[in-house]
Design a protein around this ligand. Structure first.
Ligand SMILES: [Ca+2]
Length: 271
């Protein structure tokens, strides 16, 4: 018998390594999940935590909100908090603290079944908060199967949202972005194919984003922290500029206009 002990050992080691990696990737999210950069923390008991993204230090007195559940709580002096509410489907959780950028994240019960650690970032001169409120666009008519339908709480403000703001000291040698903190409810074909909704027989055109009247983006999927590049040529220096977000419409409905009901929160200008 020509038995090659070495290659058998190598294969065994390779399989073992694969198994260890598999276990690692399978188990890692069950302990705790860290969002927004650099901070790594596992198995910190039953409490979730808000930390400073750069220093890793817990942030006391941060306000945690689940707008749908009309639930809010605060972190303790060490940054720990617990969510004593039931979450049905997906929900947007927001974190606010003075001198920090407002933060929001789309979560579901599964993500919240284990402690989470969220790093938030100090406000900087390179960015500006345009709006930290949550808005509902559409016509308040939507299917229960729609992406995040159970999340809708606010009355619609109509099919579009507009915000005007003064832009000073823009650095044109750096990229300029509009950032949408969180957006849910988009029922595009792509969102459907990614399993973000359960509607089989219809889909919507994507929401459109305009800057000073020019379309700069279409938003195809739901999610957090979507960055949209603003072409520098569209920016009015040291003057009032305008952002508009227009929701899409149900493409299969031709008898009347059925706007796609979406909600978004936290708009930033980043430079
Ligand atoms: Ca609708």
């Amino acid at each position: 018998m020509f038995f090659n002990q070495n290659s058998t050992n190598n294969m065994f080691m390779k399989n073992l390594l694969t198994l260890i990696l598999l276990i690692f990737y399978t188990l890692a999210p069950a302990h705790s999940t860290t969002f927004q950069g650099g901070v790594s923390e596992q198995g910190s008991g039953t409490s979730s935590r808000i930390v400073d993204r750069n220093t890793g230090v817990g942030i006391g007195g941060a306000k945690i909100e689940l707008p749908k559940q009309k639930y809010s709580t605060e972190t303790d002096s060490e940054g720990y908090f617990e969510l004593n509410t039931h979450i049905d489907g997906t929900t947007i959780m927001s974190v606010q603290k003075e001198n920090y950028k407002p933060f929001s994240i789309t979560l579901n019960q599964k993500a919240l079944s284990a402690p989470i650690v969220i790093g938030i970032e100090k406000t900087s001169a390179d960015g500006m908060v345009l709006d930290s409120n949550m808005y509902h666009l559409g016509d308040n008519s939507f299917s229960e199967l729609s992406a995040n339908a159970s999340e809708f709480r606010l009355e619609s403000i109509g099919p579009f949202y507009t915000k005007r703001f003064l832009l000073k000291n823009v650095k044109f040698n750096k990229p300029i972005f509009l950032v949408i903190g969180s957006i849910i409810g988009i029922d595009t074909n792509l969102a459907r194919s990614l399993g973000q909704n359960r509607i089989n027989n219809a889909f919507a055109s994507p929401p459109e984003v305009y800057f000073n009247g020019n379309k700069i983006s279409e938003i195809q999927i739901n999610g957090d922290g979507q960055k949209i590049k603003i072409p520098p040529v569209l920016i009015r220096k040291n003057q009032v500029n305008e952002v508009t977000i227009k929701t899409g419409r149900n493409i299969m409905q031709t008898a009347y206009i059925d706007y796609d009901d979406i909600e978004f929160m936290n708009l930033f200008f980043e430079n």
